[in-house]
Write a protein that binds this ligand. Structure first.
Ligand code: ADP
Ligand code: MG
Length: 371
């Protein structure tokens, strides 16, 4: 008898779900991104016990149509992408159709949604672990969607224990991520609350729907932060890389338009002046076309340049890299946190040069080596 067999579908689903929803940050990130993809202008994130008991994300977006109720939480069902080729011109955060199905497998999960303004009538949807619709009942609801996640990792005991042990740190990481989404999402109001057991609900922070990025930063980090910031407006032009060595690189080079060799970096960075702009390192936010993401090499490059002007501080950084959608790949890891930049080496060189120039032009700034 053959010893190699396919893993049973339900088990595959549970194994994979734990790779999509790895921690508290993934839950909040996926739900907030769904709200933004739904065109919301208001997103409220409500934690109970810092997310250990529940996480609720309510938006005023377009809602889920009744014809999608059966498939909304099924794996690989998405309204955002239908073929692999669509990935290169993607303008939504989501594209895999995995977040809601994973949450069904890992928590007590339900959705309330309403499509009309006059509303009052909405639907509450509950699901089986597989993501199959279990019940659909009438409830009163405002236009938009509320997704509730209770007892995260209730069926993964090791992950649950880790979460309980590290919840404070995890929760702080979540708030740092929410700061980034709130600041970059111009036109969207964010309101974040947390309620500890037997205590009153507290507002963590909030922004307004009619505010600019600058006002969002002030709202979230305080007016003092902004005074110490320089506006970032870098236009990077990457040299074509000399002699592509592989066939795929050659293909890429010939397909690549001039557009994808141009990158703009927009945002704010601390002035490189002693005594000003002292900021904690977690106040460093990077985005690619307004998508918050971790860019370790870019972060390192920016900090290196900053350090050559100011050794005693870490800069506050809010940097949005605006580039052609062909110049990066968001489909790198199941949790979608990493992003791969094409021609990263050229980009880093150009970024370092431009940033150095910006700091040199800034009043009272002299590079350390020439002091
Ligand atoms: P993806 O975002 O990759 O499509 P998800 O599992 O996160 O996958 O969501 C599945 C689908 O459910 C989405 O494509 C969207 O059509 C719908 N959906 C999820 N959240 C919302 C929301 N807040 N408002 C409206 N529709 C939503
Ligand atoms: Mg999604």
């Amino acid at each position: 008898m053959a010893t190699i067999k396919a893993i049973e579908g339900r088990s595959v689903h549970q194994i994979q779900s734990g790779q999509v929803i790895v921690d508290l940050v993934s839950v909040v990130k996926e739900l907030v991104e769904n709200s933004l993809d739904a065109g919301a202008t208001s997103v409220e994130i409500r934690f109970k016990n810092q997310g250990l008991d529940s996480i609720e994300v309510q938006d005023n977006g377009k809602g889920i149509p009744p014809e999608d109720f059966d498939t909304v939480a099924l794996k690989h069902y998405t309204s955002k992408l239908s073929t692999y080729e669509d990935l290169t011109s993607l303008d939504t955060f989501g594209f895999r159709g995995e977040a809601l199905s994973s949450l069904c497998a890992l928590s007590k999960f339900y959705i309330t949604t309403a499509r009309t303004e006059d509303g009052a009538v909405g639907r509450k949807l509950e699901f089986e672990i597989s993501g199959k619709l279990k019940s659909n009942s009438v409830v009163s609801a405002q236009k938009g969607t509320t997704v509730s996640v209770e007892d995260l990792f209730c069926n993964l005991p090791v992950r649950r224990k880790e979460l309980e042990k590290n919840v404070k740190r995890e929760y702080n990481k979540v708030i740092a991520h929410l700061h980034a989404y709130a600041c970059i999402s111009v036109g969207v109001r964010f309101a974040v609350t947390n309620q500890m057991p037997k205590a009153k609900k507290m507002t963590v922070f909030s922004t307004k729907s009619n505010a600019t990025t600058k006002e969002n930063i002030t709202n979230v980090f305080g007016a003092k932060t902004l005074v110490a910031l320089l506006k970032l407006e870098l236009r990077l032009e990457m040299e074509p890389s000399s002699g592509p060595s592989t066939q795929s690189a050659r293909n890429w080079s010939t397909q690549t338009s001039d557009r994808s060799r141009k990158v703009q970096v927009q945002g704010y960075i601390s002035k490189p002046v002693f005594g000003e702009g002292r900021q904690a390192p977690d106040r460093q936010m990077f985005f690619v076309n307004s998508r918050p993401c971790g860019l370790p090499q870019v972060t390192k490059a920016v900090n290196e340049v900053y350090r050559s002007f100011n050794v005693s501080q870490m800069p506050f950084v809010f940097a949005n890299l605006v580039m052609d959608t062909n110049a990066y790949d968001v489909n790198v890891s199941p949790d979608k946190r990493s992003i791969m930049l094409h021609d990263q080496t050229a980009l880093l060189e150009s970024l370092k040069a431009s940033l150095t120039e910006l700091f040199e032009q800034t009043e009272q700034t002299v590079p350390l080596q020439s002091r």
